[in-house]
Design a protein around this ligand. Structure first.
Ligand SMILES: Cc1ncc(COP(=O)(O)O)c(C=O)c1O
Length: 402
């Protein structure tokens, strides 16, 4: 019997995906993994020979390709080469790692920081290092998949509360068994909806019930706060979050993830988290690029201000054109399409007019809330945003959404 026939359940899962892909391809509705061949200025890209306006980027401050950041990466490669000598705890730690961690700690207003090789891995390893059997992890229902996976991996009792609903969170906290350790985890800016966690209330509840608080700032660094320092700056609550997680792959144009917090927490993670001990260190070019990026954010505060204006123009303009953009207040702007098919059709219509947006469909979002997950960045000019909105509006009319 061959491998496939002997493992029917696996085969069925594979066949289901293959069918979905084939159906989408046949209907010219397949927009997965389109390779970008060139960056053309901050907000334009070349895709399959066509120049398009980029409205699907995580590079919120438009830092991809920034000369200082590129130079820092090149200099680090010249100095250290392209790899490290192993995992951080053996021969893998380079001076550039320590410099990056100090830069992050200073930027985040924390005592110390530790880096990992991806944001996904950071959530997995940190949650499962902090928590174990008998503990409780209380997670917002719309938290990112890497948080969910970290919670499952930890073995702690995994409970979820209704999205950004503080009464629901309090009920969950009250249900924790007396004496059990507990942690509350939430995204700061939710990655699919673009709304912001109610940090003042979360902090109040965590203090009342003595719970640790971990916040994932993947989409808020460079986006929230006057200087782009994130959610604590946004709400004027320095030091309110115990475990500040972030990525080096979005506003920061590199790759990796990090935690900042108190020195004893960071020391503990260095000695106990498995992704630090058993996985190779960040490559030096990427570490140097990340370090330079935090510096650029502070040196060029106009980017944060411009992003705020651009986001406001984009959200207001789409609402005026009749689209539902949920509760977003940030650079992530969901354009609700309804069914998966409508989201794919919108993508096709919009991309045909030279605007690069991508769909997000179920199960990544609830059925019926499939959408274009459009983003705006500091690299866009007001006329480009206006044009993209007109294109989305025309597509919305064709598909029958507005
Ligand atoms: C909220 C959130 N956390 C973590 C991650 C994972 O980060 P990375 O892509 O750097 O691994 C993402 C990535 O999309 C995210 O949106």
């Amino acid at each position: 019997m061959d491998l496939y026939k002997a493992n029917e359940a696996i085969m069925e899962r594979m066949a289901a995906i293959e069918k979905r892909v084939m159906d989408a391809k046949n209907a010219d509705l397949y927009y997965f993994n389109q390779p970008i061949s060139e960056l053309r200025g901050g907000a334009r890209v070349l895709v399959k020979g066509r120049e398009m306006g980029m409205f699907a980027s995580y590079s919120y401050l438009g830092l991809i390709g920034h000369p200082k950041i590129n130079e820092a990466a090149k200099a680090a490669i010249d100095k250290y080469g392209t790899g490290t000598h192993g995992v951080r705890s053996l021969a893998g730690t380079l001076e550039i790692h320590e410099e990056l961690e100090q830069t992050i700690a200073d930027f985040r207003g924390a005592e110390a920081a530790v880096c990992y090789t991806s944001g996904y891995v950071t959530n997995l390893t940190v949650i499962s290092t902090m928590l174990g059997r008998g503990d409780y992890v209380i997670s917002d229902k719309l938290n990112h998949a890497s948080i969910v996976d970290g919670c499952l991996m930890s073995g702690a009792k995994f409970v979820r509360f209704r999205h950004n609903d503080m009464d629901a969170l309090e009920i969950r906290l009250q249900q924790v068994e007396p004496g059990a350790s507990k942690m509350v985890i939430a995204d700061s800016v939710f990655s699919m909806d673009g709304d912001i966690i109610d940090l003042p209330r979360v902090v109040e509840l965590c203090r009342k019930y003595n719970a640790w608080l971990m916040i994932d700032e993947a989409h808020s660094i460079g986006v929230l706060g006057e200087r782009g320092r994130g959610i604590e700056e946004h709400f004027g609550m320095p030091g309110a979050v115990d475990i500040k997680m972030g990525t080096l792959s979005k506003t920061i144009p590199s790759v990796g993830g990090y935690i900042s917090g108190k020195k004893e927490l960071i020391d503990y993670l260095r000695h106990a988290s498995r992704a630090y001990i058993f996985s190779a260190a960040l490559p030096p070019g990427q570490a140097a690029a990340a370090k330079a990026s935090f510096e650029v954010i502070l040196e060029e505060p106009w980017r944060v201000e411009k992003l705020r204006k651009n986001a406001s123009q984009f959200i207001t303009g789409l609402k005026q054109r009749g689209f539902d953009t949920l509760q977003t207040e940030t650079a992530i702007v969901p354009v609700i399409c309804g069914s998966d098919e409508h989201a794919y059709m919108m993508t096709r219509e919009v991309q045909h007019q030279g605007v690069f947006v991508l769909p997000v469909v179920s199960p990544a979002v609830a059925p019926g809330l499939s959408r274009l997950r459009a983003t705006v960045t500091a690299a866009h000019e007001p006329e480009e945003i206006e044009h993209a909105m007109d294109v989305i509006y025309e597509a919305g009319k064709v598909v029958g959404i507005v």
